[in-house]
Write a protein that binds this ligand. Structure first.
Ligand code: HEC
Length: 112
């Protein structure tokens, strides 16, 4: 029921994603991804700054999964290493971390 409400809230707000972030996503983010995406020293898009993600979110969740798994160099010229530089992470773990990241924008974003 709660999930339905969240979904409905997302649809009402016109957000692109309705993501159910699995709990291991946060665990992996906190262990691996935070070193670049959660410190202001890195040029990586910061989780605390949703505006840095607007164009990235517009690519869709599959594209973000793909780029997190395979690595990505975009407009900033900075490198997102494949699997955050941790080759032992499984596909499911990397995707869960991406989903966790996306889910933080759904709850903090104020504009659609
Ligand atoms: C060594 C630093 C570093 C680590 C660790 C890291 N990232 Fe990144 N990530 C980056 C940088 C830099 C970019 C931006 C690349 C660009 O746009 O040029 C990025 C971009 C991304 C993007 C957006 C890709 C796109 O298509 O715009 C996603 C999603 C992402 N990272 C997920 C993750 C996840 C999940 C983890 C942990 C498993 C992780 N990152 C760990 C540096 C890092």
């Amino acid at each position: 029921m709660r999930r339905l409400l969240v979904l409905a809230a997302c649809m009402t707000a016109g957000t692109v994603f309705a993501v159910d972030a699995p709990p291991e996503g946060k665990r992996i983010y906190d262990r691996v991804c935070v070193s670049c995406h959660g410190n202001d020293l890195s040029d990586a898009p910061q989780l605390k700054q949703p505006a840095m993600w607007t164009a990235r979110l517009a690519k869709g969740r599959d594209a973000l999964h793909h780029n997190a798994l395979n690595g990505f160099v975009g407009a900033t010229g900075e490198e997102m290493p494949p699997r955050g530089g941790q080759p032992e992470l499984t596909d499911a773990e990397v995707k869960a971390a991406v989903d966790y990241m996306i889910s933080t924008f759904n709850t903090t974003r104020t504009t659609p």
